[in-house]
Design a protein around this ligand. Sequence first.
Ligand SMILES: Cc1ncc(COP(=O)(O)O)c(C=O)c1O
Length: 384
Amino acid sequence: MEDISKKTFDITRGAPPMETIPKDVIAGNGDEEVPGISDVIRENPLCLAYKGSNVAGHNFKGYGPLRETLAAQHKVKPEQIFVRNGGMDAMHFVLHYLRYAYPDIPISVATEVPTYDRFPRALNTFGFEWVGIPLTQDGLDMDELRSRVNKKYIDLFYRIYEGQNPSSYSYSDKEMQSQTEELAGLGAIIMDDGAYHNLTYGRKRNEITEFPDNYILQRNFTKEVSPGLKCGYLVIPENMVEDFDYIVRNLGLNPVYPVQAWYNAFINSTLYPGQIDYLRDIFGPRAMAVLDALNECSPEAEYNRNLDSGYFLDVNYPSIPERDTFVDALAERGIKVERVNDSYPPESLKRSKGAIRIPFATLKEDEIEEVCRRIAEVHSKIAV
Ligand SMILES: Cc1ncc(COP(=O)(O)O)c(C=O)c1O
């Protein structure tokens, strides 16, 4: 048996652990209800064709039958569905859309603080301004959002509505709806990121049933199924379809149709709800384990004590004087964390000096205890 007291933990990212990936089903060694990936190609070789050929109902926007399945699920038209290679890929198209739809003007995008660090990095490469809106366990600071939208035009608000990464906050249906309505009145778009849509433990998940004109939904199967077999999609409003068509036609790489065809078979089968139940059974106890371990080792730390969704927990140690010292000391104790935390905009970096994102879903219960114990030990040595 592995001695975890000697193990090094890299908790910089939240890569899905192998035990959660349905590899046998994907490879075709498992249930016949879903063909393996090579059977998909054998049964439908046209899914290897060029994106513009429109054969077998697929085109630049993705594999036709999958887009129809998703459109029926969300009760929208198939032309409103764009399937891409994962969530970040899909969201990049929204940033391209903003640049295309509003040429030559400065664009500003609001996010929760903290937020998913790769998104602000993408904003930066597009030259968009990043406006941070504080999110605490009491919810989003709506006064701040309102005042920022009024003072300066905010074009898009990026929201992670379920199991927010990294805070693990989940909005209520009511909060989501009133924010969307209010931003519509102010002329801004909301983009919801549903990376953790199904990953709720012991609580009801949010169901998205309304798709108003200022609303974009992104969902992906990276955490639910496989990060290697990348697939994510956008539901966009009808008034944006033409612009998105142009963008995806000119900037989109060939969508990987065999992968999309496999997902279409998988999500139409009983194996998909089975997979979600399986993940909840694994991650729910891990969420409890991180709460128990922190409660025991780090009572002074700040974190969501009602953790019941998502993959990550953001834990802040307020008495850490300097981030680099903390990061270095953790590395020496075999815990590798992000050096620069891009989840916080520069003006909030002070608050993030002692913040650590724990990807609890990726660690087994005994590993969670070990990681929390080591963090607390390091903290007690350098806290002031
Ligand atoms: C909030 C959020 N959005 C999207 C993604 C996934 O994006 P992708 O499918 O590109 O890996 C993640 C993964 O960590 C995430 O946490």
